[in-house]
Design a protein around this ligand. Structure first.
Ligand code: NAP
Length: 341
């Protein structure tokens, strides 16, 4: 694909999306991002400019709520030149009251709205990339079979009703059922454009641009940040276990997803390696000795065990399609902490 292409990216202000926008502008793609407000759009524009990126290639449209009927219609009517549509926007927070209203519905309806708008008004669209999640691939908590191998064709068994129980399963279910919507739409509508889905595990790594408010980061990076903030509050941090991938690799994968023909019709399962909070803690202590006195107590024996709670990922197929080596945990943590200093 050449830089003649015009790329639309929903949720352009997001943690992952900002890295994608950065790569798109570096590659010379004209980029249109959807944001929730003019203030957020202007802020992103000024971040792009301060970073020395070709900010004149970037413009934004306002889509306040992806879940509102016809959410993307006006945006695509105004931009018939769009050839690539990247749908990254989806609620990613556990701080909600009603999992169905605040997570499942906006994720699923937001995806349906994007696909319907492309069908109706995206007359030049050739490629569509949807950001799904590992949550759509493997079961978690009660639905996990620890040690079971999962790959690009695996599905989390979670049902819509099970997903309504609480914010954690609500987010997991929102990703699974939003992705199901994508493949169902493709099967029923046989669109002329090609679809690729990206399924990342926990995404860690630095923010694309300078961080003003360091007290709270995006949901997945709180795994790292909470170790520092717990130290300040003299609390023990919550411990995590799972697989990780660096955000810069997730952004690169979104570009490959629409540039390479081998990615057409595929799910790209993005995972580098397993991690746990104890390893992140050790990396911080070793590589940032100045922070050592501020680190909280961490009883590693209390953390969840990989073998009790995780499936085993085989993503050979994805690695082959992408053709680049993933960033490792140490670099991801080091770059994240360095930015927070
Ligand atoms: P993020 O920083 O929270 O970004 C989410 C973006 O979606 C934000 O721009 C947000 O806008 C927008 N958004 C959410 N709900 C919306 C709504 N109802 N209407 C309009 N815009 C809405 O999260 P992220 O980590 O970058 O996640 C991006 C995508 O990757 C999501 O689809 C997420 O599920 C997926 N993913 C993330 C991870 C991870 O570990 N980070 C792993 C797997 C998959 P505001 O900020 O203005 O609310």
């Amino acid at each position: 694909m050449s830089s003649e292409n015009v790329v639309f990216i929903s949720g352009a202000t997001g943690f992952i999306a900002q890295h994608i926008v950065k790569l798109l502008l570096e590659a010379g793609y004209k980029t249109i991002g959807s944001v929730r407000s003019e203030e957020k759009g202007e802020n992103l524009k000024s971040l792009l400019k301060s970073a020395g990126l070709k900010s004149d290639l970037f413009s934004y449209v306002i889509v306040k709520d992806i879940g509102a009927k016809g959410a993307f219609d006006e945006a695509l009517k105004a931009h018939p030149e769009v050839t690539v549509f990247l749908h990254t926007a989806s609620p990613f927070t556990f701080e909600v009251h009603d999992a169905e209203r605040d997570l499942l519905k906006p994720a699923i309806e937001g995806t349906t709205n994007a696909l319907n708008a492309i069908k109706e008004y995206g007359k030049n669209v050739q490629r569509v990339v949807v950001t799904s999640s590992y949550a759509a691939v493997a079961g978690f908590a009660d639905l996990v079979t620890p040690g079971k191998e999962v790959n690009e064709s695996s599905w989390n068994p979670i049902t819509y009703d099970q997903s309504k129980a609480n914010p954690f399963v609500g987010y997991i279910g929102s990703k699974k059922h939003a992705e199901k919507t994508v493949w169902k739409f493709a099967e029923e509508n046989k669109p002329k454009w090609e679809i690729t889905v990206v399924n990342p595990v926990y995404v860690l790594g630095p923010q694309a641009f300078e961080v003003k408010d360091k007290s709270k980061l995006n949901t997945s990076n709180e795994i790292i940040n909470s170790i520092l903030t717990a130290g300040k509050k003299k609390e023990e941090p919550q411990q995590y276990v799972g697989y990780f991938i660096d955000v810069r690799d997730v952004a690169k994968a979104h570009i490959v997803a629409f540039e390479k023909k081998e990615a057409i019709g595929q799910r790209l399962l993005l995972a580098d390696a397993p991690f746990n909070s104890g390893e992140i803690y050790d990396i911080i202590a070793e590589d940032f000795p100045k922070l050592k006195p501020e680190l909280p107590e961490l009883d590693k024996s209390k953390g969840p065990k990989f073998e009790d709670s995780e499936s085993i990922i085989n993503n050979e197929k994805t690695r082959k399609i992408l053709g680049f080596k993933f960033i490792d945990l140490r670099k991801s943590v080091d770059d994240t902490i360095a930015q927070l200093q």
